[in-house]
Ligand binder design. Structure first.
Ligand code: SF4
Ligand code: SF4
Length: 114
């Protein structure tokens, strides 16, 4: 069975496009949305992301919606499907940022089967 994992130097979920992520809007509070708006740069990427290294600059203080172990429990799909749901989310993010056939996608697929 494949287990969810996050891979280094990805950061694909650190670009916000709430209009395209309608399932996430249902589980965010108004304060969360305001915080996301304040964190979003003009290019859509989170201002807290070191884009050269694709690394979160506030990792230990990142908001709750950036903490997969906490935030995932808010999704019915996670409660039903567990890691399969999380893996699908990562694949969607990676596909939209790097492409379906990108090296990042291959690396991700390899990591989840380890
Ligand atoms: S999309 Fe997935 S693998 Fe990439 S940074 Fe986000 S949680 Fe990690
Ligand atoms: S706070 Fe960190 S983990 Fe959250 S979106 Fe920004 S860079 Fe990514």
């Amino acid at each position: 069975m494949k287990s969810w994992t996050c891979i280094e130097k990805c950061g694909a979920c650190c670009k916000f496009d709430l209009q395209r992520r309608d399932n996430i809007l249902n589980v965010l509070s108004n304060d969360d949305i305001k915080l996301i708006e304040s964190m979003t740069g003009k290019d859509g990427w989170c201002k807290n992301l070191d884009k050269k290294n694709m690394k979160c600059l506030i990792y230990s203080d990142r908001p709750h919606f950036c903490r997969v172990d906490v935030f995932s429990k808010k999704f019915k799909e996670y409660l039903k499907k567990g890691d399969v749901f999380l893996i699908d989310c990562c694949k969607q993010h990676i596909s939209s940022i790097y492409g379906k056939r990108s090296k990042m996608m291959s690396q991700y697929k390899m990591e989840i089967t380890k």
